[in-house]
Design a protein around this ligand. Structure first.
Ligand SMILES: CC(C)(COP(=O)(O)OP(=O)(O)OC[C@H]1O[C@@H](n2cnc3c(N)ncnc32)[C@H](O)[C@@H]1OP(=O)(O)O)[C@@H](O)C(=O)NCCC(=O)NCCS
Length: 207
């Protein structure tokens, strides 16, 4: 995994990547460049000197064949996760700022059984659980999208939290798009400005 704190600009992009970013707004160019730089560092950690990293038609980073990987960025922070492919798995990573929720997104992000579980939590814990749920589900999406190849709604996955940072997923894919063994994790990290952030990881292996 590689993470990057602090802004980068388009000079971090290779020429082929720069042409992909031509129509992007300046802030988006910065996050795109941060993601590419973080991914190049993650690949370097595997001993791979990466050329330009394109995007698939579904928006995922296009990586060299022996590699699975994923990236996420928020403002001036980017994380990239890369690993040598062991089999048929895909991986996902998601980064979120841990800030108070301005609106209650629980009904957009959670299934009824997850909402019921939220009811057992105090206000602060509840907000934290909703943010983590959002991050973990986005990480799941990035890992299963290469196989299901469609938008997967938040209510097609239920998370079951077991203790501080253990979490499992129950998939309710509709239409059914295969079954996966899901391995999930999340942790809290400090952002570049002292803000708390959540980084969520997923590995999805088709059964
Ligand atoms: C694609 C999505 C997950 C991106 O999340 P985000 O918080 O907006 O942005 P992030 O910075 O975390 O991630 C952006 C990166 O995700 C990657 N990405 C985009 N689409 C992707 C896809 N279909 N599959 C895998 N990775 C994808 C890209 O690398 C992108 O960065 P880049 O364009 O600079 O290369 C989100 O916008 C989305 O559409 N979610 C779909 C619904 C969902 O999450 N459902 C959860 C239930 S499983």
């Amino acid at each position: 995994m590689a993470s990057l704190r602090g802004g980068v600009d388009e000079s971090a992009l290779l020429p082929e990547e720069r042409s992909l970013s031509e129509k992007m707004a300046p802030r988006r160019v910065a996050t795109f460049a941060g993601g590419r730089l973080a991914m190049r560092r993650a690949l370097a950690g595997l001993g791979i000197v990466a050329g330009p990293i394109g995007s698939t038609s579904r928006g995922a980073p296009m990586l060299p064949e022996p590699v699975v990987g994923s990236l996420s960025h928020k403002e001036d922070v980017a994380v990239a996760l890369a690993a040598l492919r062991a089999g048929t798995e895909n991986i996902g990573v998601d980064l979120e700022v841990e800030e108070p929720l301005r609106v209650d997104i629980s009904r957009r992000v959670c299934r009824p059984e997850e909402i019921e579980e939220l009811g057992r939590l105090g206000d602060i814990e509840r907000d934290a659980r909703v943010r983590v749920t959002f991050a973990v589900k986005e990480a799941i999406y990035k890992a299963i999208d290469p196989v299901v190849q469609r938008y997967v709604a938040f209510d097609e996955v239920a998370l079951v939290f077991e203790g501080e940072s253990r979490v499992a997923a129950v998939l309710h894919l509709d239409p059914p798009g295969g079954d996966f063994r899901m391995e999930l994790a999340y942790e809290r990290i400090g952002g570049p400005h002292g803000e708390a952030m959540i980084v969520a990881f997923s590995r999805a292996t088709p059964r």
